[in-house]
Design a protein around this ligand. Structure first.
Ligand SMILES: [Zn+2]
Length: 147
């Protein structure tokens, strides 16, 4: 049976209503997806913009051995383990009890959705970039559109 013109029209209207939030989310993503990617300067000295709004937990390790069992980099004294799915993000900072405050801030910037180029100490001082995979998985486009 063929649709009457009236019911076809209501399907089109429904399609537009569904597409609109998606379009708004996509437009919100262009700030990160298109053009010059945003950077965070002096991320080793100050907080970057919080793009993930993650739920953050800190685990302080008394022993380096337990820390290194959970952190992916074998020589790290701290790490931030992040996960994101639609609408939410989680970040767990694991740090050795003796690390300086600056390292905590460094890991916090990872929790905020930023990364340095590589694992060299020099790259910590260069501008950091957005972790787009996490940012998109978090649904930050929608988050921004609703703000
Ligand atoms: Zn780092």
């Amino acid at each position: 049976m063929r649709d009457s013109p009236k019911s076809r029209m209501s399907k089109i209207v429904l399609g537009v209503l569904i597409c609109l939030p998606v379009t708004t989310a996509l437009l919100g993503s262009f700030r990160v997806l298109g053009g010059d990617p945003p950077i965070c300067e002096e991320a080793d000295q100050r907080p970057c913009e919080d793009l993930l709004q993650a739920d953050i937990r800190v685990v302080v390790h008394q022993e380096l051995s337990t820390l290194r069992a959970v952190c992916p980099h074998p020589e790290s004294d701290a790490c931030a383990l992040r996960s994101a799915s639609w609408g939410e993000a989680h970040c767990v900072i694991h740090q050795w009890t003796a690390v300086p405050e600056a390292i905590y801030e460094h890991e916090m910037n990872h929790c905020r959705g930023w990364d340095h180029d590589d694992d060299s100490a020099e790259s910590y001082h260069r501008p950091w970039h957005v972790n787009r995979g996490l940012w998109l998985a978090r649904g930050a486009g929608l988050y921004r559109a609703q703000k």
